[in-house]
Design a protein around this ligand. Structure first.
Ligand code: ADP
Length: 287
């Protein structure tokens, strides 16, 4: 009987502890005007690339921006922003984000790992507890926009992380225009609906390649699938970003592509998408 009582007490303590963390997380996040998650049905479609370049587009236009790199199995945002190897500063109020280009505040699980090659091997409940703790410790300060790069896919893991984050404004879905990937877009749309979040729109990345010599367009992975899917699922389509080898080179060098190659068709596509997202957030604020 005694054992049963102490077990109940410790469960009660744990519940109170978790509630405390969730309250703290909510208070810290109240200072952020807009929170938008970036998701993809599968990995490697450019979710992190899109997150980084959109963050830079907002920051260049005067917004105070943060990125939460919650892609725990492939945290790549720090590398893309030249912040690899950074360590987060800890003070009495909590953990402070690293500061990237244009003052973008960046927090990544990558900053907690001993080196870039360390894989994250946490087991389910332990992993969520660590992530909840980590998120509730971050001192974001005042922000206009926080972009959250969730783990790829639409399974339990991205869902659990998204559910930890209070009051999100919506979800951006990144896809590539191949048939296989279209099937997963449906899952991504359903993912957002499960969370009860509006879909800001679908972005079709790696959408055709424009020959730098003759300007001809080559549809490497077909094209138009994202837009078709958006129509079919009655969600907004935000735009197509063509393949540009410099996107990859700049990511590897830690330089934001839309700054380095601002006249390229891909950068122009990013800027048009930025405007649509800005409109979405402005509309939301008016409501
Ligand atoms: P994810 O976050 O979905 O796993 P990443 O953003 O890491 O994908 O992108 C995967 C790879 O594709 C990276 O090497 C990135 O530089 C490259 N990439 C992404 N978008 C483009 C693009 N439009 N043109 C060329 N390369 C791209």
């Amino acid at each position: 009987m005694k054992n049963l009582n102490s077990e109940t007490e410790s469960l009660e303590d744990e519940r109170k502890f978790i509630e405390g963390q969730e309250r703290l997380l909510k208070i810290r996040m109240e200072k952020i005007r807009h929170k938008v998650a970036v998701i993809s049905g599968k990995g490697g479609v450019g979710k992190s690339t899109v997150t980084v370049n959109l963050a830079v587009a907002f920051a260049m236009n005067g917004y105070r921006v943060g990125i939460l790199d919650a892609d725990i199995h492939g945290p790549s945002i720090p590398k893309m922003l030249g912040l690899s190897g950074n360590r987060l500063e800890v003070g009495p109020p909590g953990v402070f984000p690293a500061i990237g280009p244009f003052g973008i505040r960046v927090v990544s699980i990558d900053f907690l790992l001993p080196n870039e090659e360390s894989p994250v091997i946490w087991r389910g409940p332990l992993k969520m507890a660590a992530i909840r703790q980590f998120l509730s410790d971050i001192v974001w300060g005042e922000l206009d926009l926080l972009l959250i790069d969730l783990p790829p896919g639409t399974g339990d893991e991205p869902l659990s992380i998204a559910q930890l984050l209070p009051d999100m404004d919506g979800v951006i879905i990144v896809t590539i225009p191949s048939e296989v990937s279209q099937l997963v877009v449906k899952k991504a749309v359903n993912f957002a609906r499960t969370l009860g979040l509006p879909i800001v729109g679908i972005i079709e990345n790696m959408s055709g390649f424009l020959c730098p010599n003759c300007g001809a367009r080559i549809d490497i992975f077909q094209s138009g699938g994202g837009e078709r899917m958006a129509k079919e699922m009655s969600v907004p389509f935000l735009g197509r970003i063509p393949v540009d080898p410099r996107v990859c080179e700049d990511s590897d060098r830690g330089k934001p592509f839309i700054v380095e190659c601002k006249d390229s068709p891909s950068s122009k596509a990013f800027m048009e998408i930025f405007k649509k997202i800005e409109d979405f957030l402005n509309q939301k604020e008016k409501r």
